[in-house]
Design a protein around this ligand. Structure first.
Ligand code: PA5
Length: 423
């Protein structure tokens, strides 16, 4: 289980002030499926359900793609994109020689980005995994139309064998197209919203193609969700949710999620969507932002240390690096760094993180540390379960429905009108 360390909040509140009764109530509401949006809480059972049904199909499709293609083009946006990208960049930041390259498209409308991607793809054999629960989202739908044409030109009648559609089990444009064309399909479950779907085929197929051990991800998630069902203030999800809510109600409207691993960047993007879309509604909600340390200490460090005191800082820490590096000794010590010679980079990084923590606390920024044992499949699964559960609890504590996103429709309405979409 991940650990939450609230010692960096001690000068801002007393632990006794945290409203664990509200966290307990929110957890009960979630588990009983009696709260707002309860028909979108299937993610709580998702790992168990996946194990029994779909995992074999996902692994077979991934093996097929890995054996015949040099690349997988994943088409999707928001919850149909960020989890897979977060996982792949965290766990496979550099693909091995046997791993297909994974390209992500359909998450914007930039022609330059698409052309750059196609240039990188070149003449390589590739497959497409189009992911859209609704099947109607404009960005992926336009990209998919473009890729259907490219596939047809490249593979002719066999193009349909190179398309894998992850969508609703029964309805939607993508499902109808898939049925008509005979594409292999995977399901986005009805009771799981996009931003909670990374442990479904939405995330698992691209992850498996990238060489991630998805069985370990699923097995860890099953165990983690069981452990996180703990109904006690010792539950790290309660601690994180209660601390965030306390701080929000005491003037802290922005939370920055930081990590000392650059490979965490897209996990932070995933987290931003999870928390922003779940909590930012009805005129309330913490604004989720992210930083990459130590790089951003040289850009955002000034603001964090000295800007308006409205921040909460949450740091994700992996206990062990995959491989370490030690600082070499140098005769003459011209750069003055021999005081570090022989030290591991991981130890220097840990010391830096402790120095940053105490400086930021002294500067008036409460600090929460979320610790994960290692940057691997198990660590990824634990983090996902922890952040999803804490998000739902925190959302219910704040009084919103954490599972809807009515606000994202406003821009779509305008855009479709301006683009002349028929009614
Ligand atoms: O969390 C969400 O529901 C959204 O981010 C959706 O995942 C995103 O809008 C993509 O939707 P769809 O999968 O229907 O294309």
């Amino acid at each position: 289980m991940v650990k939450v360390d609230l010692s960096g909040t001690a000068t801002f509140f007393d632990a006794a002030e945290l409203d664990f009764a509200a966290a307990a109530q929110a957890h009960r509401t979630l588990a009983d499926k009696s709260g707002a949006g309860s028909d979108f809480t299937g993610w709580l059972e998702l790992p168990k359900r996946i194990k029994e049904t779909e995992l074999k199909g996902i692994l077979n499709a991934a093996a097929k793609i890995r054996s015949r293609s040099k690349a997988l083009v994943v088409i999707g946006i928001g919850g149909s994109y960020l989890g897979a990208r977060g996982a792949i960049e965290l766990l496979r930041p550099i693909p091995s020689a046997d791993d297909p390259k994974i390209f992500f498209v359909g998450n914007g409308l930039s022609p330059d980005a698409l052309n750059d991607m196609l240039e990188q793809l070149g003449d390589d054999d590739f497959d497409v995994n189009v992911i859209s629960k609704s099947g109607t989202t404009l960005e992926p739908a336009v990209s998919f139309r473009i890729f259907r044409k490219i596939l047809k030109e490249k593979y002719g009648a066999a193009a349909k064998k190179h398309i894998f559609a992850t969508t609703d089990a029964k309805k939607g444009v993508l499902k109808s197209l898939a049925d008509a064309e005979g594409w292999e399909c995977f399901v986005v479950p009805d009771d799981v919203g996009g931003r909670f779907s990374v442990l479904s085929a939405v995330g698992l197929l691209p992850m498996a193609v990238a060489g991630i051990d998805v069985k370990t991800v699923i097995n860890t998630a099953i165990a983690e969700l069981e452990a996180l069902d703990l109904r006690s203030p010792e539950n790290p999800a309660w601690q994180y949710a209660a601390a965030r809510q306390y701080l929000y109600h005491n003037g802290r409207g922005i939370e920055i999620l930081g990590c000392y691993e650059p490979s965490f960047r897209f996990m932070a993007e995933w987290w931003k969507q999870l928390y922003g879309e779940s909590e930012g509604k009805n005129g309330i909600g913490i604004f989720p932002a992210s930083v990459e340390f130590t790089a951003d200490l040289h850009s955002m460090g000034q603001y964090i240390q000295d800007g308006p005191r409205t921040l909460i800082e949450t740091i994700v820490r992996f206990e062990k690096p995959r491989r370490d590096f030690s600082v070499p000794f140098e005769m003459g010590d011209a750069d003055g760094l021999n005081y570090l010679a022989g030290k591991n980079l991981s130890d220097i990084c840990l010391t830096a993180s402790e120095a940053v923590k105490s400086a930021h606390i002294a500067g008036g920024v409460p600090n929460i540390v979320v610790t994960v044992p290692s940057r691997d499949e198990a660590g990824f699964a634990s983090l996902v379960c922890f952040f999803e559960l804490a998000c739902a609890i925190s959302g219910y504590m704040s009084g919103v429905n954490p599972f809807d996103q009515p606000g994202v429709e406003a821009y779509k309405k305008n855009m479709f009108k301006m683009l002349g979409k028929p009614e």
